[in-house]
Structure formats: C-alpha cells, structure tokens
Design a protein around this ligand. Structure first.
Ligand code: PEP
Ligand code: MG
Length: 593
C-alpha cells in the first residue's frame, strides 16, 4: 500500500524524497563526497610570508577565472545556454571585488594561508545565504562551486566518489549537495540517477542534471541512509528510493520500464498534441506551478493551461510583504508568458507550513486548524488587496482565473469577493489601468465542509478545484506530512473517493468545471477510476505531466466494469494497491517484524 511503502523493514527500505525528474533506474549506489571542508590545509604564516600568500591567492583566482571563461566558451559553442549562464554566475562570483578584499584582508589580518582564508570567507557567505530562504539557498551551490574552483587551483581535492565504481560504470549518484560542476564532471553514460539531500526543482544543478535524462530525487538524508554498493531502484516519478528491492518489486519496476519504453515512441510522435484517451476523448490536463522558475518549462508543454499557480513563493521568500509593483511584475511575466492559455492563480494560501514571518500570528492552540483561508483575508486584508490589485493590473490578455483557497461556505466566498470588489474600486478611483474582463472565479474544495456545500458554492462560482491533499487530511483528521499518521492511510482513501464523487456529480449538474489538482492526480494508475467517476479535468506537477498524458493515451478501460463500485470493495490499504496493480512493497505485518 502506498503510504505503508514509506517505512522500512529488514529486506526492503524505502526512502521518500521529492521528485525533480521522472524515470526509473535500478543499480548500485555510489556516494559522492564533497571533501573540501575536511582537506583544506590550515597553517599560520608570519608577516614576511603575507605577500607570497597574496601572490598565490591571485594566481589561484586567475587560474579559476581562466578555467571558467573556457567553460563558458565551450558551453557557448555547444549551444548550451543554461550551462553558459550558470558559469557566468560563477565567474561573476570570482570577479566580485568584495570577495577578493575579504579573503586578502583575512590573510593579512589573521596571518593564515590562502586556502584557509578562502574556506573561511566562503563559509561566511554560505551561512549567510543558507538562512535567507529558498532562493538564496540555491545560490549556495553556486558559491560552493566557485569556492571549489579556486581551491582546485591550489590542487585541493574538492570532491570524489567514495567507491571507485562511480568513475567507471553507471551508478546511482548519491550526494549531499549537487553542484553544477559535479554534474558536468560526471560522464552522462556513468550516471543512472541523482539522489541528493539539498536541492530544488529549479536549482542550477538540477537544471543541468535534468539534461542527463535520468531520475532526480532530492530531500533525502543521503549520508545517513545510503552507502556505496547498495542495490537500489530510483523511482523519479514518485520520489522513492527502494533499497534492496525484493524480487516482486524488481519485477514490478522491470515491467513498468518495459511498458514505458514501448509506449514512449508512440507518445513522442504525438508529443505536441493535447491530452486524449485511447478512444479519443479529450481530457483537460493542466499544470501545477509552485516556483517561478517552472514558468519557462511550462511554455514548452502542450497543456490546457495552468490549473494551480501556488502564489506563496513570493511571500515566503521575503522578510517583508512584497509590494504591489513586485507582485505586478511577477504576475505580468507569468500571465503574459502563457497568454494564450488560462492561468488559474490561487490567492495566497497561508498555513502553518507556509507562513511568512511578517504575518506575526498570535500563538494558536491548534495551528493546523487555525487561521487560514478567508479568516486570513479578514485578518490581513491589505496583503490580499495588494495581491488582487496586482493581478487585475497584470491581466492584460484576459487569461486570469482567480482561485480562492480554503473556502468552507458562502460566507468565506463573500469575504474573498469583498477584496475583489475593493481592488477594482480602489484601482478605478486612482485611475490605474486594469482588466477584469472575462475573469473567472473558482474555489478550492479542500475541506469536508466545502464538499457538503458544493451545490450552493457552484451556483456562485465558475469552476472548482479539488485540493485532495488538504481534503484528505481534514477528512481523516490526519496531518499531511506527518509520517506517523500518513502511513496509516491510503492516499486514495475510500472516504476521499466518496467526497470526489459528490463534487463531480454536483459539477455535472451545474455544468461547471471540476478540476482535480491534488497529488492523487499524479498517479496514472488511478485514472481509470477518475474517468469513470466523470472527472475530465486534472492539474499535475510539471514532472508528472508527460507520464500522465502518455498514460491517458494507453488507458485501458472496460465499459462493462464498474470500477468505482469494485474499488469500494477493497477493505485495506494492501487491497487498494493490489486493485490498482501497485507494488505492495512493505505490508503492515512486515513492518511490525
Ligand atoms: C491541496 O490541498 O490538494 C492543494 C492542491 O493545495 P496545497 O497542496 O497547496 O495545499
Ligand atoms: Mg491545499
């Protein structure tokens, strides 16, 4: 059963991370160690040696810059714009006058060797960026790369495979933090997959690693859970690493790989077409976007629009609330960048998991069930007003769909609408240009209350999005992301399916779009059930888009089988997995052993 697979037992160990690139690979794990911190020589110098040390420093900087310039040229010749851009970032770090001053001052003042001073100053930068939020955290990998480049000029070994196989035969590369240089130094044919602790969907190293065409998973405790020589399967689509897979699991994945290969060629030949099932029925397949970097990828895919733009990123990244201009610039780029397709923008959805510091909330007894949705709008109206004004101004091509999160009833909807009309009123009064033509309004259905009120709510709005992630947690009273309770339930719990049925039926009656945008939509195995229930619109993460689209094309449905009724007959998580032909990797009884 799916949730149970995230546990461990004697034979199989399953690690769950975050998928950054899909695909399945099976092979031997090889740990890559970033040794720089441990092997940098540290020694003291006297006053007479300072000038010699400064000369050594200059030589190392010059060598590193020269190497970087060459790499930029090579990338340019190969037409690899992304790599060239990344190396330009590294070169600008090396050219930074502040950096040079800090390192040379450290040599003079602390009377230490150049390598030591470099390592200290970079450490300072890394600590600073580490604590400044996700965007800056990504920069740390560029800084590590730039530092290693200079240290490399002193012949300091800055990284190596712990076991010798990594350089000679294809392996699953496991590394705490992947840097762009590491990726480029590893021959493509020697890498089966990348698994890392740090990283991000849009990190520079991930962008480069993605071009290797192998699965990438980040968010794992690599040094604790993985070691050289382990046999593992990396399932990039679901973000799982299965260590010591049993025969049944291996066979399941072998079958999956062979099926994927077979259908890949057919899917590729229809790559530029919109999603359809085998029998030709059109299915709306949209994209979930959670970070700004994903926008560029979206432009290349044949999708039906953005089904969920999570707007929290701009708010959680900063120390203060973003200004209307900052938001306007960001939204203009997105709405005009995807101008020919509808873009569903969800208003700021604050919660305990995504709470900007400047919100300064009072201590809440039960924060998971605390201030969210419309209540947050009433508490921080100015923040929402700023966001809606920016969106109305950015909606030049009339492709904006407003999505209100955590709506439980008509009162909540009224609160959001109050903000919308105030935004229009104030913009009009200030003679600021905006566009509210054809704006569609929708709500997230992610509380049991919203399901119970869905008929009334549908009368008021143009569409609904089912947020199954929150709907599941609020239905089961089991906090999402808490492994203790998560592993008790199936991600497609029958209670959730019953709620989906209610919403789909109401949507049909009201003739309004019902889009499933929670994580359950990223399991292609569930689509026969979803389609038979009457769902025709889905929104999935970019990394799942092609697989789901291809899966739809190959979907085998039998008109004679009542999939939904059959599904309800399953009595346990294991039975549900079996029903969908998912691997039963760790059963409950095995876990207890
Ligand atoms: C959901 O709850 O299913 C959803 C899509 O929203 P989020 O994951 O951002 O809470
Ligand atoms: Mg949600």
């Amino acid at each position: 059963m799916l949730r149970a697979t995230y546990g461990t037992n004697r034979r199989v160990k399953i690690l769950k991370g975050i998928s950054a690139a899909p695909g399945i690979s099976e092979g031997i794990v090889c740990l890559y160690l970033s040794e720089a911190e441990k092997v940098v020589p540290h020694y003291s110098i006297n006053s007479e040696q300072v000038s010699n040390e400064l000369n050594r420093l200059k030589e190392a900087f010059d060598t590193a810059k020269q190497a970087m310039k060459q790499m930029i040229q090579v990338a340019g010749r190969q037409g690899d714009k992304e790599a060239a851009e990344i190396f330009n970032t590294h070169l600008s770090i090396l050219n930074d006058k502040n950096l040079w001053t800090k390192v040379s001052e450290s040599i003079k003042t602390n009377k230490i060797n150049a390598e030591h001073a470099i390592s200290d100053v970079f450490e300072e930068y890394l600590n600073k960026y580490e604590n400044k939020g996700e965007h800056f955290k990504e920069l740390t990998h560029d800084f590590i790369d730039a530092r290693n480049r200079i240290l490399g000029a002193f012949d300091v070994e800055t990284g190596r495979f712990k076991c010798p196989v990594g350089k000679r035969q294809p392996v699953i590369v496991a590394v705490k933090a992947l840097t762009p240089s590491m990726v480029l130094n590893m021959a493509q044919e020697n890498v089966l997959a990348f698994v890392t602790e740090e990283g991000g969907f849009t990190a520079h190293s991930t962008i480069l690693a993605r071009s290797h065409g192998v699965p990438i998973i980040f968010g794992l405790d690599v040094e604790k859970d993985l070691d050289c020589g382990m046999h593992a399967i990396v399932d990039g689509s679901s973000g799982k690493v299965i260590i010591s897979p049993d025969k049944k699991t291996s066979e399941y994945y072998k079958r999956k790989v062979s099926d994927l290969e077979k259908r890949k060629s057919v899917c590729e030949s229809r790559g530029d077409l919109l999603a359809r099932t085998r029998s030709g029925a059109r299915i709306k397949l949209k994209l979930n976007i959670s970070t700004p970097g994903e926008i560029n990828i979206v432009k290349e895919l044949p999708h039906d629009g953005v089904g969920l733009l999570r707007t929290e990123f701009l708010f959680t990244k900063m120390d203060t609330a973003p200004s209307e201009e900052e938001l306007y610039n960001m939204y203009s780029g997105i709405l005009q960048g995807i101008s020919h397709k509808p873009v569903t923008v969800r208003l700021l959805d604050i919660g305990t998991d995504k709470l900007p510091l400047y919100f300064r909330l009072p201590r809440q007894v039960n924060p998971d069930l605390g201030l969210r949705g419309a209540m947050a709008v009433e508490t921080f109206p100015e923040i929402y007003l700023t966001q809606v004004r920016a969106l109305l101004r950015a909606n030049v091509d009339s492709n904006l769909r407003l999505l209100y999160p955590m709506v439980s009833d008509l009162g909540d909807l009224k609160t959001y609408r109050g903000i919308l009309s105030k935004a229009k009123k104030t913009l009009r009064k200030e003679h600021v240009k905006f566009n509210d033509k054809d704006i569609k309004e929708g709500i997230m259905i992610e509380t049991p209350s919203a399901v119970m009120m869905v008929e009334e709510l549908l009368r008021e709005v143009d569409f609904v999005n089912i947020g199954s992630n929150d709907l599941l947690q609020y239905t089961l009273a089991a906090s999402r992301g808490n492994i203790l309770v998560e592993k008790r339930y199936h991600v497609l719990h029958p209670a959730l399916v019953r709620l989906l049925e209610i919403v789909v039926k109401a949507g049909k009656k009201a003739k309004k779009e019902v889009c499933l945008c929670g994580e359950v939509a990223s399991f292609e195995e569930f689509y026969p059930l979803f389609l038979q229930m009457g769902l025709r619109s889905f929104s999935v993460a970019i990394s799942r888009f092609s697989d789901i689209k291809c899966g739809l094309l190959y979907l085998q449905t039998s008109q004679n089988k009542d999939i939904v009724r059959e599904f309800y007959k399953n009595k346990s998580r294991e039975e549900i997995d079996k029903y969908f032909n998912l691997p039963v990797l760790v059963s409950e009884s095995e876990e207890k052993r």
